[in-house]
Write a protein that binds this ligand. Structure first.
Ligand code: NAP
Ligand code: ZN
Length: 334
């Protein structure tokens, strides 16, 4: 089947229309007719080949929602017409220690939806059905698509690292991931602080669940935020002052890195020794965690605040993400 998509032909280039022929379906594959696809900052990193893993022509897009229109012979848990979501990961070995214990996102043979595969800035995609997740019926497609990567990336470490209602949780960067992190931490009952460089985001951050907003350009506010957070998740995609981020941690506090800042993390040993502070990281989330996150989002009415644009305007949408002008997730409607 012929698929119409938008692809980057070279690093850092704008996307242009691209067509390709999908292979016949494997035993466990499903063909999905895409309705919506979010633009994650990882798509921008891939277009720019920031991580030296991109393959061109590159069809980005890994916050996919669509409808199952064809199934491989081995697919039993989905049927034609089901609404499903696909995130960053589209495959893993399903046999290693980590896959068997339900941590597929830690598998050494993890496959990414738009690395070596054609992604979701397209009218359709073929993926392994075991990485396509039914979407709860009360979740709207456009506000749910961003949960498939951005949402799970912030929800998963909160659960994994034991965030509890009494904790003080900070979110650095109120972008796509950050604005969903505020909602999850708030729904978990935490005391939530947003750390932002954008003054116009203050009001919205409070609406999304922040009890306090620290403007990073205000030296006094930054100083007052010292020693205040139990769990601080950094979603920042740009330059970071890691020692400043560490300064916000209380004793036993954790700085959890999910944003792919290009700044090397260098801290003196005593930044970790004193107060038993730690720096951890986290990649996306496992399959069962994605299912749990979708159910949690449905129960607490969590979703992205989106600006929807037609797929044909993909370059305009990407430009807004690059300029940090997305409020708060650009979503392409196919
Ligand atoms: P985004 O929507 O562009 O948001 C990033 C936010 O970072 C911005 O809104 C901005 O928030 C803040 N920021 C501070 N300094 C910045 C700078 N110099 N340049 C750009 N932004 C700056 O991006 P996203 O989609 O949320 O993704 C955030 C990062 O997470 C990306 O690096 C992405 O690759 C990564 N990511 C990681 C995983 C994972 O598995 N760990 C999964 C998905 C994405 P303020 O305006 O509030 O300051
Ligand atoms: Zn992503």
């Amino acid at each position: 089947m012929q698929v119409h998509a938008h692809a980057a032909r070279e690093a850092k280039q704008t996307l242009s229309p691209f067509e390709y022929q999908t292979p016949t379906l494997g035993h466990q594959d499903v063909r999905i007719e895409i309705s919506h696809c979010g633009i994650c900052h990882s798509d921008i990193h891939l277009i720019d080949n920031d991580w030296a893993i991109s393959q061109y022509p590159l069809i980005p897009g890994h916050e996919i929602v669509g409808t199952v229109i064809e199934l491989g012979l081995g697919v039993k848990h989905l049927k034609k017409g089901d609404r499903v979501g696909v995130g960053w990961q589209c495959g893993s070995c399903l046999q290693c220690e980590f896959c068997l214990r339900g941590d597929e996102n830690l598998c050494d043979h993890s496959q990414a939806t738009c690395v070596g595969h054609f992604g979701g800035f397209a009218e359709g995609v073929v993926v392994d059905s075991r990485f396509a997740f039914p979407i709860p019926s009360d979740l709207p497609s456009e506000t749910t698509a961003p949960l498939l990567c951005g949402g799970i990336t912030v929800y998963s470490p909160m659960v994994h690292y034991g965030v509890r209602p009494a904790m003080k949780v900070g979110v650095m960067g109120v972008g796509g991931l950050g604005h969903m992190a505020l909602q999850f931490a708030s729904a978990m009952g935490c005391e939530v602080t947003a750390f932002t460089t954008s003054s116009d985001k203050e009001v919205e951050a409070v609406k999304l669940g922040a009890h306090r907003v620290v403007m990073m350009k205000d030296a006094d506010a930054v100083a007052r935020a010292a020693n205040s957070q139990d769990f601080l998740i950094s979603t920042v995609s740009g330059a970071m002052d890691w020692m400043q981020a560490m300064s916000f941690l209380r004793p036993d506090g954790k700085l959890c890195v999910v944003g792919a800042s290009p700044t090397q993390i260098q801290v003196p040993a005593f930044a970790l020794i004193s107060g038993r502070r730690s720096i951890v990281g986290s990649p996306i989330g496992s399959r069962h965690r994605i299912m749990e996150m979708l159910a949690f989002a449905a129960r607490h009415e969590i979703g992205a605040i989106v600006e929807v644009m037609p797929l044909a305007k993909v370059n305009e949408a990407i430009a807004k993400v690059r300029a940090n002008q997305a409020r708060y997730r650009m979503v392409l409607k196919v």
